[in-house]
Structures are given as structure tokens and as C-alpha cells.
Design a protein around this ligand. Structure first.
Ligand SMILES: Cc1ncc(COP(=O)(O)O)c(C=O)c1O
Length: 366
């Protein structure tokens, strides 16, 4: 970094903080990628160097998660929101229904999109208590003949997260929107039929969406889908049917290598837990001055949502925090309050600074 570079503590919910070492590597390679004489942005997606970039990203993702060969990895565009439509288009046979567990705004959006083009049902919901918790298995009413069971592993807006996956009925594939906690901890891909997530929170810049899909499910893909919406076409062409988001894939590849250096998913999970424990500890130790939105056993390690005694105090807190380099703490417009996003790349030092600020703010304003 140059002497004039100023970096804030970035608590944004996404696009979000990237590892500084990754940004610096991008900067160093920007104009002349590894002696090739051009930027990744200027490079053909059919060139050897780009094929190596996408191939390595796929291989590193397989190694990090432990993804066997019977799963395809796709690098797509359109964000998680396009997956809300692509999942039912590809995996729900004509006339069949699909189950959705409603734990927040994005889960509802996924259900709504699926219902535009076929049948889909809510298999459970915690909306009655403002999505402050994850439902228990016994609360779910699952359809034995559902094409799949869809859930949202981390609820970015409400700050809740599944500690363990819901259990689908026998033979019903589990589909997960993991946009806001993907690769934040180890997980067993074999429990899933399909996992998807936009990269812009834990994995890289906006513009690329990762889809991991069990290959046998591709047999369900109808033959008449537009090519850009067809998982089978994308899998057969290793995400290179058309021009992919090359630069975003390159940065994701660097983030994956950074994750390997951080000790893989087990290493980063430990780090994420430390950060979350520190912040929830501060909330719990504030005598109710800061109040967490999520019930304790549903708390997210990624998005910590909390309120203060009044909206005026919340506004003052955000203003002062921003001035002191603690950025992106405003809660989502639909729930208000505060939200600190603690994705993989956010350093522990940022949470230490936030906790200290919270303590001082309380002492001065309580
Ligand atoms: C859990 C979840 N799903 C889906 C989305 C929508 O993602 P995108 O903007 O990539 O379409 C978001 C965005 O914040 C999210 O947090």
C-alpha cells in the first residue's frame, strides 16, 4: 500500500471486504498478468492463460470443500437472484412441486420466483416472529413428492443462520442458497443436490455466481431451455459456452488460494467464530443497551444484527462510527437498526475496533 492509501473497517453486507493481499496481487498483476503483456480483462476467455485461471479456480474449490467428481461446478452470471428462477426451471419436472423453507427476505424471494413458473410451497416459516430464528425440523411440513427442498443457509438481512442443514425426506434433493455464508465453514457437499451463491460476500467481487450441482440431477433439465438458463449446457461447456465474467472468476480464484493459506475452511471457520463470539459477547454484556435481533441459537456468524434504545441513537452511532472508519454498519432498510457483516475477509482487528467503539459509545450516551 502507498502511504496515502486509506482503508476502512468494512462491515458491508455485500459487495464486501476482500483480503488486502488479494487486492494487492490484483493490483500487481493488473496491467501485465504474469508476463503475458496484457490484463486478465483484455484476455480471450478461450486463451490458455484464462483456461488455466478457471481450471485452477475449479480445482481449488474442489479441494477446499471436498467436492467429488459427481458434482459439477459452474461459474455463472445473474447473481443468486437468477438462481431463484434457474433452480426450478432446471430441477423441477413439469407438473411437480418444490418445497421452500422461509427464513427471511431472500427465501421468500426464491419461493416467489419459483411460483411464477410452476408449483412451489412454503414448508415452514418463521415470519410470525420477524424471522428471528431458524425453524426446528419438527416444525417443517415436507412434501414427500417435492422435486427438491430449498433453504437459505444464512439470512443476510435478519442475521440468522442454520447451525446444521434441514433434513429432506428420502430421495428429495436439498438445494441451498448459500450466498452469505458459502465457504465460511466446512460442509458436507454430499448432503446437497445443489448449492449456489453470489461471490460478492465471501468469495470475491460481484459478477460471478457459483453453482455446485450433483450431476445426476442434470438429467432433469428440460431440453427446451434457453441456453443461458440451462445447467446442462453450462456444465458440458465448463462454464465457457459464452464469455464468462473473466475478471471476477480470476479474483475468486485468488480468494480461494488465500483461503487455502488461511488453513482451509476449518481455519477460516475458527477465525469467523472468534469474530462472532467477540461481537455477540459485547452485545450480551451491554445490559440491554445493544439488543440482538436473532434468538441465540439461531445467531449468524456472518451478519450480526442489533438494535439500540432509539432510532436517534442508532443514527448517531452510524454517523460517528463511519467518521471513525467503521463502515457499512447500517441495517437493511427493511429491518432498520445495525448490522455488522463479518465475512471471511474481515480481520479480527476490525471487530476489536467495533467492540471498543460500542463500549465507548455506550459509556458516553447511555
Ligand atoms: C442470502 C441471499 N440470497 C440472495 C441474494 C441476492 O443476491 P444477488 O444480488 O447476487 O442476486 C442475497 C443478496 O444479498 C442474499 O444475501
Amino acid at each position: 500500500m502507498t502511504a496515502t492509501t486509506k482503508r476502512v473497517h468494512n462491515f458491508s453486507a455485500g459487495p464486501a471486504a476482500l483480503p488486502l493481499s488479494v487486492l494487492e496481487r490484483v493490483q500487481a498483476e493488473l496491467v501485465d498478468f504474469r508476463g503475458i503483456g496484457m490484463s486478465v480483462m483484455e484476455m480471450s476467455h478461450r486463451s490458455g492463460p484464462f483456461e488455466a485461471i478457471i481450471g485452477e479456480a475449479e480445482a481449488d474449490l474442489r479441494k477446499l470443500v471436498g467436492i467429488p467428481d459427481d458434482y459439477s461446478i459452474l461459474f455463472l452470471q445473474g447473481g443468486a437472484t437468477l438462481q431463484f428462477a434457474m433452480v426450478p426451471m432446471n430441477l423441477r419436472p413439469s407438473g411437480a412441486s418444490a418445497d421452500y423453507i422461509l427464513t427471511g427476505h431472500w427465501a421468500k424471494a426464491a419461493l416467489k420466483e419459483a411460483q411464477k413458473i410452476g408449483s412451489a410451497k412454503a414448508a415452514g416459516s418463521t415470519e410470525a416472529t420477524s424471522f428471528d430464528r431458524i425453524p426446528s425440523q419438527s416444525e417443517l411440513s415436507l412434501d414427500r413428492s417435492a422435486a427438491y427442498l430449498h433453504f437459505t443457509s444464512n439470512n443476510t438481512i435478519y442475521g440468522t443462520e442454520w447451525a446444521a442443514e434441514p433434513l429432506p425426506l428420502d430421495g428429495v434433493p436439498l438445494v441451498c442458497d448459500a450466498s452469505s455464508d458459502i465457504l465460511s465453514r466446512p460442509f458436507d457437499i454430499k448432503r446437497y443436490g445443489l448449492v449456489y451463491g453470489g461471490a460478492q460476500k465471501n468469495l470475491g467481487p460481484a459478477g460471478v455466481t457459483i453453482v455446485i450441482v450433483r450431476k445426476d440431477l442434470l438429467a432433469r433439465v428440460p431440453g427446451d431451455l434457453p441456453v443461458m438458463l440451462d445447467y446442462r449446457v453450462m456444465a458440458e461447456n465448463r462454464s465457457l459456452y459464452n464469455t464468462p465474467p473473466c475478471f471476477a472468476i480470476y479474483v475468486v480464484g485468488l480468494v480461494l488460494k488465500w483461503l487455502v493459506d488461511e488453513g482451509g475452511l476449518a481455519g477460516v471457520a475458527k477465525h469467523n467464530q472468534q469474530k462472532a463470539d467477540l461481537l455477540y459477547g459485547a452485545i450480551d454484556g451491554s445490559n440491554g443497551y445493544y439488543r440482538g435481533h436473532a434468538q441465540r441459537d439461531s445467531r449468524s456468524r456472518m451478519n450480526v444484527t442489533f438494535r439500540m434504545p432509539s432510532e436517534e441513537l442508532e443514527k448517531a452511532f452510524i454517523k460517528k462510527a463511519t467518521a471513525e472508519g467503521l463502515d457499512g454498519l447500517k441495517g437493511h432498510r427493511s429491518v432498520g437498526g445495525l448490522r455488522a457483516s463479518l465475512y471471511n475477509a474481515l480481520p479480527l482487528g476490525a471487530v476489536e475496533a467495533l467492540v471498543q467503539f460500542m463500549d465507548e459509545f455506550q459509556r458516553k450516551n447511555a
